[in-house]
Design a protein around this ligand. Structure first.
Ligand code: KG4
Ligand code: ZN
Length: 334
């Protein structure tokens, strides 16, 4: 019936993901992470990530199929992340996707990783209202987007970070605080026992003359790190104050973008959308402003294959052309 089952494959960083989507419905997905292998280096090592993808991609596709109760031959289209991301890591996913598409004789679609993050939300909350404002916050990106139509690439860039991404800020301060990698979830956990007002931290670019949609986290990172290094503060208090500052700036600007553009829905996606204070504060501020808030569950906020399959499914149903063969990677895709 109708549209095909789309297999999505994600391998842009340290997560190998596979997902199966048909007609906007998530049928099954699985993720494997090489996180533990990078922990002792304090960050993702590209060569280790690529090798881990080689080992993980087959089993992850198998697990996704099992969860969906499907067989490989039920797959009618393949979608794969082509960028942005680590070149070697992307190549493994693309090579695997080509293999599946070629042997199955089905079309192959190249997917932008960030379109994937935004599409993740459609799997739980249905099609995105057009337009909507998307706050995309991950380890590599912090962007405010006015999304009109994801499948047709009608996305307007409102603002970006001028330096570090929000996730990067969490990861780097966590390191100084002696918390395990990745820092985001660790800061979030430790912050529960801290006082968010214990350490006065700046709220960068929130002044009346600042670009309303631009972000900057490097000064905030340095301020928090300096305070951690100076000692005499509880780790929990620094973590809670940092989490509060990041959540405050992110949600303040995202809500302002909705109001300025008279858009009724805010969608928050990417790894940092898993942050409990970001979720809570976004909820409070959207409720006050009369804006509908959509945030996928944490498991669909961080990198996964379901979100790539979701974009593939949108492309198939929009009648988009498959990627010209041979599909290649685009590590620095804008
Ligand atoms: O989207 P993602 O999985 O990968 C990228 O495309 O970057 O995001 C990973 C980032 C990391 O910086 C991680 O520390 C952060 O998301 N993150 C969090 C939380 N969970 C993951 N940051 C804050 N709070 C969390 N609960
Ligand atoms: Zn990501």
């Amino acid at each position: 019936t109708g549209s095909p089952v789309v297999l999505g494959i994600e391998s842009s960083c340290d997560e190998t993901g596979a997902g199966l989507v048909r007609d906007g419905r998530l049928l099954g997905h699985a993720v494997a992470s090489s996180l533990d292998e990078h922990a002792r280096y304090g960050g993702v090592v590209p060569e280790i990530a690529a090798r881990a993808h080689v080992r993980a991609v087959g089993p992850v596709v198998r697990r996704a199929l099992d969860e969906a109760g499907l067989r490989l031959r039920d797959v009618g289209a393949v979608a794969v992340t082509t960028g942005p991301g680590l070149a070697g890591a992307l190549h493994i996913g693309v090579a695997a996707a080509k293999g599946y598409a070629y042997t199955l004789g089905v079309p192959l679609y190249g997917v932008h990783h960030l379109a994937g993050h935004a599409a993740a939300d459609t799997l739980v909350h249905g099609p995105l209202p057009q337009p909507c404002v998307v706050l995309l916050v991950s380890g590599g990106h912090t962007s405010l987007l006015l999304v009109r139509d994801l499948a047709r690439d009608r996305v307007e860039h409102l603002g970006d970070t001028l330096d570090d991404a929000a996730g990067e800020c969490f990861d780097k301060v966590a390191r100084v605080l002696g918390l395990p990698y990745p820092g985001g979830p660790a800061v979030d956990r430790v912050a529960r026992d801290g006082d968010p007002h214990a350490v006065p931290l700046p709220r960068p670019l929130t002044g009346p003359r600042d670009d309303p949609y631009a972000f900057s986290f490097s000064g905030l990172k340095t301020a928090a790190a300096r305070c951690a290094e100076a000692g005499g503060r509880q780790v929990a208090d620094v973590a809670a104050s940092l989490r509060e500052a990041v959540a405050d700036v992110l949600t303040r600007k995202a809500v302002a973008a909705c109001l300025d553009h008279e858009v009724g829905t805010l969608v928050v996606v990417g790894g940092v959308a898993a942050n409990s204070r970001v979720r809570e504060l976004a909820g409070q501020r959207c409720a006050t402003a009369g804006i509908t808030l959509r945030i996928p569950p944490p498991g669909l906020c961080t990198d996964n294959g379901a979100m790539i399959a979701a974009v593939g499914d949108l492309l198939v149903r929009a009648g988009a052309r498959p990627a010209p063969w041979p599909v290649s990677v685009d590590p620095s895709a804008p």
